[in-house]
Design a protein around this ligand. Structure first.
Ligand SMILES: O=C(O)CCC(=O)C(=O)O
Ligand SMILES: [Fe+2]
Length: 350
């Protein structure tokens, strides 16, 4: 895994909303390589003179013995942390095969949502791997739930959520080779926009590269420190060739400094739901796959998003569900797709 922070990357110009080639985001003062949080002597942009003792985004009780103080400091300052080589190859290979079996209808998808890529709308005769850019909500799938429930993953997750863990949102993202329209980009956004529950600091995403991922095939891009901000207004970007369903973004966010996460198969990044992130176009000839799950504490509280910036996504999600015959409100839809995977509520399910 390596990290590159650039004023304008290969994908930089095509990232965000209406940004012209050549206009770049602010240049960072430092250049660095190495693995954030795991090699602090190399990747150390934020080292404070005194070690921190009052942590907000990681928990003392459940971090002890798992995260080093430096890793905790890194997450507190930046809102993300990469753990290299966390997920075994065989689990990733099995997940890849399951994705193919699901989209090729070799196995019944049940309540798993299969999402089509916008650029291929109305095209006929393509392989299904080319048509589906994402599947989501597989917390109960017998194969894909092995990732969601993996003890080695949950040992990290609990540093952020606490010991009672709920899997709230699972996705396998199959970013297709871009057809030249840049619709394979994912606009800059905060995941909290999609979630009607709090507290935000007890929610974390785990996102695992299923192969080598860099600027060429559309790596994840994060804006360090933005997790300390507020939830911003999200809307559809006005991209020329359109944007995939529910891919809302924050206008103007492309002006913040960003880090491009180059990852190897099995590397996993944990990130806060307020960190601004997205991904660039996949200009390679291959699919770019990543598997991810968002977790929260099992003790979340739902909020009413009416009258807030989240009202637009709530309505869209409810409409999509209704079209599939599921008439439920935004909160119930989240409750329905969640699974307690560790701690008191998970045990009471057994
Ligand atoms: O995989 C991507 O391209 C973006 C994924 C993302 O935004 C997420 O996992 O929250
Ligand atoms: Fe996201």
């Amino acid at each position: 895994m390596s990290v590159s922070l650039e004023a304008k990357s290969k994908i930089g110009y095509s990232f965000g909303f209406g940004v012209q080639q050549g206009i770049s985001s602010p240049k960072h003062a430092y250049k660095f390589g190495g693995v954030p949080g795991t090699a602090p002597h190399i990747y150390n942009p934020v080292r404070s003179s005194k070690p921190k003792t009052n942590f907000r985004f990681t928990l003392d009780e459940t971090s002890t013995g798992k995260l080093t103080t430096r890793q905790r400091e890194f997450y507190e300052e930046n809102g993300f942390l990469v753990i290299p080589n966390l997920i075994p190859d065989n689990l990733i290979d099995e997940s890849r095969q399951r994705f193919l079996d699901l989209v090729n209808r070799k196995v019944d998808a049940g309540s798993i949502l299969l999402m089509k890529d916008l650029s291929l709308k109305d095209k006929k005769g393509l392989p299904n791997e080319r048509i589906y850019n994402k599947i989501q909500d597989f917390v109960w799938d017998e194969v894909l739930s092995k990732y969601v429930c993996l003890p080695e993953l949950l040992d990290y997750v609990q540093c952020f959520t606490g010991k009672d863990i709920r899997a709230v949102h699972s996705m396998l993202i199959n970013k297709p080779p871009d057809v030249g329209t840049k619709t394979s980009r994912h606009p800059l956004h905060q995941d909290l926009h999609y979630f009607p529950f709090r507290p935000a600091d007890r929610i974390v995403a785990a996102w695992t590269a299923m192969e080598h991922i860099d600027d060429n095939n559309g790596c994840l891009v994060v804006q360090p420190g933005t997790h300390k901000g507020v939830l911003e207004q999200h809307d559809y970007p006005d991209w020329e060739a359109g944007v995939n369903k529910m891919y809302h973004g924050i206008r103007g966010a492309e002006n913040n400094p960003r880090v491009h996460l180059h990852m190897e198969k099995g590397d996993t990044v944990f990130f806060h739901p307020l960190i601004i992130h997205g991904s660039g176009a996949n200009v390679s000839n291959n699919f770019r796959k990543a598997i991810s799950c968002h977790y929260s504490t099992s003790d979340i509280e739902y909020i009413d998003v009416k009258g807030t910036s989240q009202e637009n996504i709530a309505k869209e999600v409810e409409d999509i569900a209704a079209r599939k015959g599921v008439v439920m409100d935004f909160v119930d839809l989240w409750e329905f797709r969640s699974r307690d995977v560790r701690g008191k509520k998970a045990e009471s399910h057994l």
